[in-house]
Design a protein around this ligand. Structure first.
Ligand SMILES: NC(=O)c1ccc[n+]([C@@H]2O[C@H](COP(=O)([O-])OP(=O)(O)OC[C@H]3O[C@@H](n4cnc5c(N)ncnc54)[C@H](OP(=O)(O)O)[C@@H]3O)[C@@H](O)[C@H]2O)c1
Length: 345
């Protein structure tokens, strides 16, 4: 008992008095403390095990190596391109879609020269899917395919961090069309077939900005990413038990044109390393475990630890203020650079 008492937050002599005068209260406090510690240890071990040890679902479950297709939106560059390459290497035929036809052609040529799978390239602008002609083009490409995987990757962010009231209407509309409208339409075109075949995986490219933190000066973009995780979580529950798995990626930063980060680091992986972690951890929430967010996963190891830690600390206002400050300084640097470039012309 005396060893246990030494953990109490007061001196042993006073704890002696406390214990003799309030023995039940002392035991209750000790039990509560032990319970909190045990809960913390179990949670931490769970996150570490999922992030570093446990494998994700085998992609054969979704038809890898069986002539099944993976559809990747926004696949001409960055994370989407890497999804296409790695899914092809795992034995999926791939349909890649984005605007840049030349980049898509280069990608499909690279895939066909390294993997024994079929490819399709669809040059399309996802901000224009309300146009019946564009929508019909997309539908006709996917309607007769046996699609096992859908990577809802296409996304657009703001050109630079900017207050909502100053954001050009065109930019807001474009972000909403691509990140929400296109994602919902593409999902609606593909998931019914998955349900019918009782086999499928849908992954959405979410972001810390819409899931883990409040993101001032990226309001519209962050809002679309919150929508994505909420939309896909609801869908995941609807199709649960029908052979279709759905998850939203909670991504911090990855090297890409969108992030404008060129050099990888411990916190910022290359698309290759990032996608490798996503595909090896399907179905494992990793850093998102115990955060209370359903069907959200944070598979990349450093993002997982950050997500877990931020959730543990839970002081949302501090993170929001930090993010606001960061965005203000990025905006300042961006505008200065634009000024410099304008002077040079
Ligand atoms: N990079 C990060 O740090 C980060 C962090 C969190 C979440 N994410 C999310 O991850 C996803 C991929 O981002 P990324 O960093 O790989 O971006 P990226 O390198 O800028 O690539 C974006 C892709 O989307 C395509 N695209 C953009 N607008 C399009 C449109 N209107 N129609 C058709 N395709 C379009 C682009 O190709 P075309 O130009 O050829 O059309 C490109 O293939 C996004 O949803 C993003 O929000 C990224």
């Amino acid at each position: 008992m005396s060893a246990l008492l030494s953990y109490l937050p007061f001196k042993v002599s006073s704890s002696h008095v406390f214990v003799t005068e309030q023995p039940y209260l002392a035991v209750l406090l000790l039990a509560l403390g032990s319970l909190s510690l045990a809960k913390f240890l179990v949670k931490t071990l769970g996150v570490l095990a999922q992030t570093f040890i446990l494998p994700g679902k085998n992609l054969k479950k979704y038809g890898a190596g069986k002539g099944t297709w993976a559809v990747v939106t926004g696949a001409s560059e960055g994370i989407g391109r890497e999804f296409a390459l790695q899914l092809a290497a795992k034995g999926f035929n791939v349909l890649v879609a984005a605007r840049n036809a030349t980049s898509l052609k280069e990608l499909t040529t690279e895939i066909e020269s390294t993997s024994k799978v079929q490819t399709k390239a669809l040059a399309i602008d996802f901000s224009k899917l309300n146009d019946p002609v564009q929508w019909a083009r997309f539908q006709s490409e996917v309607e007769n395919l046996d699609i096992g995987v859908l990577i809802n990757n296409v996304g657009r962010s703001h050109s630079y961090p900017i207050n909502f009231v100053e954001t050009p209407d065109e930019e807001i509309d474009n972000i909403l069309q691509i990140n929400i409208n296109a994602t919902v339409k593409v999902t609606k075109a593909i998931v019914p077939g998955m349900v019918q075949r009782k086999r499928g995986l849908v992954i959405g490219s979410g972001s810390f900005s819409g899931i883990s933190v409040v993101s001032p000066m990226l309001a519209t973009y962050a809002g679309t990413k919150s929508f994505l995780s909420s939309f896909l979580a609801a869908l995941a529950e609807e199709v649960k038990g029908k052979g279709v798995d759905v998850e939203t990626l909670n991504t911090y930063f990855v090297v890409s044109n969108m992030s404008k980060i060129r050099k990888s680091s411990m916190m910022i992986p290359t698309p290759k390393a990032y996608v490798r972690s996503v595909l090896s951890k399907v179905g494992q929430p990793c850093g998102a475990l115990y955060t209370g967010r359903m069907h959200v996963v944070t598979p990349y190891w450093s993002h997982a630890l950050l997500d877990y830690l931020m959730n543990l600390i839970g002081w949302k206002q501090v993170f929001a203020s930090y993010t606001h400050g960061l965005h203000k300084s990025i905006q300042k640097r961006y505008l200065k650079k634009q000024e410099r470039l304008a002077k040079q012309q």
